[in-house]
Every structure is written in structure tokens, then in C-alpha cells.
Design a protein around this ligand. Structure first.
Ligand SMILES: NC(=O)c1ccc[n+]([C@@H]2O[C@H](COP(=O)([O-])OP(=O)(O)OC[C@H]3O[C@@H](n4cnc5c(N)ncnc54)[C@H](OP(=O)(O)O)[C@@H]3O)[C@@H](O)[C@H]2O)c1
Length: 277
């Protein structure tokens, strides 16, 4: 009854792996670097990864809508349960500009899974708290300045370990079948507050500076970023500035029967683990 764990080396996947290890639940890590190589862009790598698998955790590929064909192949291979990591905002019109594939891949992945002949659970996390310690804001934290077009907008950052806990519950317990869990932390945090809390926890000088969307795209392109990547990165911040990522979601409480962890606790833990040392 092996579980296939895609994205096993990522922020959520490695926390799911640690939790499954603790529970002594057998799983097969699957990414481009795992013992059984799995590549979203190479369908020929999927059957070996799916061999003998009954449940799968899908950390999707954001650059193309490949969840749809994967669900098909997985069901034909005998998979009975799929837990999909999607994103909060997929059901909000104009949450992201329509040309960004990231949003479209999630929308298509959910649409493919819901009617499929498989037990499914969908996780829709908001912004991960770990973006500051392990993800795309980390370099800015180390440089001492978060330069972003977020204005005074806030986001209710969710702990990647809470996302992993919900994923493991959905993989191992029956009561989550057919549920869509929107996941956030317990508090909305502005970029200025995030910088201050990281500074306090890490002892580093970290501040937030608002930069207009077009100015930041120009800055990044001047720094050597491809124009499309700069546009995508900066566009992702739009929902924070527009105030549509600040609301709280009840998914952690509904799935686990406990409140989500606060951004400050996640940041303190990251600092103690040397995330910014
Ligand atoms: N960050 C956020 O705030 C946020 C919020 C909401 C939703 N999400 C969604 O969460 C997902 C990302 O989760 P995450 O942050 O845990 O990911 P992550 O830390 O960026 O890790 C990505 C994982 O995917 C694997 N991977 C990358 N390219 C691959 C490919 N071509 N084939 C197979 N595996 C590949 C990587 O492993 P290898 O490099 O070993 O292949 C890694 O394990 C995305 O779908 C994103 O849209 C993120």
C-alpha cells in the first residue's frame, strides 16, 4: 500500500516524508532526484513511480497542466486516492493575471481531479511562511531588504508543516475524502511586520521597502532575470497588495482539530534552526 510522494524534496514534500516516516507508513519519494526518478515533463518516468502505489500526494508542476494526464495514468495504474496540493485563490476571478501558467495549472488540476474515479482531497494553502526561510524571499531576507510591490497588504501565511500534517491526515484517514481544505495561518501579517518579526527572531537587519510593480520588473530585468520570470514573480505579489490574501481560512482546524501555527512561531523555529545564519 505504498504512497507515492511527488515533490518529496520540496518545502511541503519533505515534511510529509518526515511525518510518514514517524508513522512508519511506507512511501516512495518521487522527484527528478529521487531513487525512482520522476519527472513531470517526461511521462515515460511515471509508470515506474506508480508501480504498486495505492495513494499519491501530488505537488503539481506549475509550468504546464500535467496533473490532468497524471491523474489518468495513476488511476489506470491502480491508484485509489489522490491528495492534491493546489493553491488558495484558484476560485477567485482575476486572482492572478490570466497569462500566468501557475494559476491555470492549479485550476486545471482541480478540475481534472474532482470528477475522477478516485478518492480525492484538495489542499489550497495560501502563502507559505517558509517562503522567507526556504523559498523565494530568503535571498532578500539575507540581503536585509524585502523589495516588493506589496504596499501595506497582508497575507495570512501558513506553516508548511501544517500543510504537511493535513496532507498526511488526508493520505492516511478516510474522513478527508471529497474535502477541499483552504489553509492559512491564524493571523494576517504585512510585509513590514514580517520583516520586523524575522529581524527580531534572527538578529539580522531586515526591512521592507515597497517598490511599484513595473519598477521592480525593470530592476529584476536589469539584474539579469528573463523578462517573463520577472513579470511572473512580481505578479504573484499582486494579491497581497490588493488585500485578497489576508483573510483567514479554517482548513487546518477542520482537518486536524487544532489551530494553525502562528507566523512568529514558525519564524522563531526557522531562526533557531539556522535558516538565516
Ligand atoms: N510557496 C507558496 O507560498 C505557495 C502557496 C500556495 C501554493 N503553492 C504551490 O505549492 C507547490 C510547491 O510546493 P513546494 O513549495 O513544496 O515546492 P518546492 O519547495 O518548490 O519543491 C518543488 C518540488 O517539486 C520537485 N520538482 C520540480 N520540478 C520537477 C519536475 N520537473 N518533475 C518532478 N518533480 C519536480 C522538486 O524536486 P526535484 O528538484 O528533486 O525534482 C521539489 O521536490 C506549487 O504547486 C505551488 O504553486 C505554493
Amino acid at each position: 500500500m505504498t504512497i507515492l510522494l511527488t515533490g518529496a524534496t520540496g518545502k511541503v514534500g519533505r515534511r510529509v516524508a518526515a511525518r510518514l516516516d514517524d508513522l512508519r507508513v511506507p512511501f516512495r519519494p518521487a522527484s527528478r532526484t529521487s531513487a525512482t526518478p520522476f519527472d513531470w515533463t517526461d511521462e515515460t518516468s511515471w509508470p515506474a513511480a506508480l508501480d504498486g502505489v495505492r495513494s499519491a500526494f501530488v505537488v503539481p508542476y506549475d509550468a504546464a497542466p500535467v496533473t490532468r494526464p497524471f491523474v489518468d495514468v495513476a488511476i489506470k495504474s491502480g491508484v485509489e486516492r489522490i491528495v492534491l496540493l493546489s493553491g488558495r485563490g484558484v476560485d477567485v476571478p482575476d486572482y492572478l493575471p490570466p497569462h500566468l501558467m501557475e494559476g491555470n495549472a492549479h485550476i486545471d488540476g482541480e478540475a481534472a481531479l474532482r470528477p475522477a474515479a478516485v478518492e480525492w482531497t484538495i489542499l489550497r494553502p495560501g502563502w507559505f511562511a517558509q517562503n522567507f526561510s526556504e523559498g523565494f524571499f530568503r535571498d532578500s531576507v539575507l540581503a536585509g531588504e524585502l523589495r516588493l510591490p506589496a504596499g501595506d497588504g497582508a497575507a495570512s501565511y501558513v506553516d508548511a508543516d501544517d500543510i504537511a500534517a493535513v496532507a498526511v491526515a488526508a493520505l492516511t484517514e478516510d474522513r478527508h475524502v471529497g474535502q477541499t481544505y483552504e489553509l492559512s495561518g491564524p493571523r494576517a501579517v504585512t510585509m513590514a511586520e514580517a520583516a520586523a518579526e524575522i529581524a527580531a527572531a534572527s538578529g539580522r537587519d531586515v526591512r521592507y521597502t515597497h517598490v511599484d510593480h513595473d519598477d521592480l520588473v525593470r530592476e529584476l530585468v536589469n539584474d539579469g532575470w528573463p523578462a517573463a520570470d520577472a513579470d511572473e514573480y512580481v505578479s504573484l505579489i499582486g494579491p497581497i497588495r490588493r488585500g485578497i490574501d489576508a483573510h483567514l481560512s479554517d482548513g487546518v482546524e477542520r482537518a486536524l482539530g487544532r489551530p494553525p501555527r502562528d507566523f512568529r512561531d514558525v519564524v522563531r523555529e526557522a531562526a533557531a534552526a539556522g535558516a538565516w545564519s
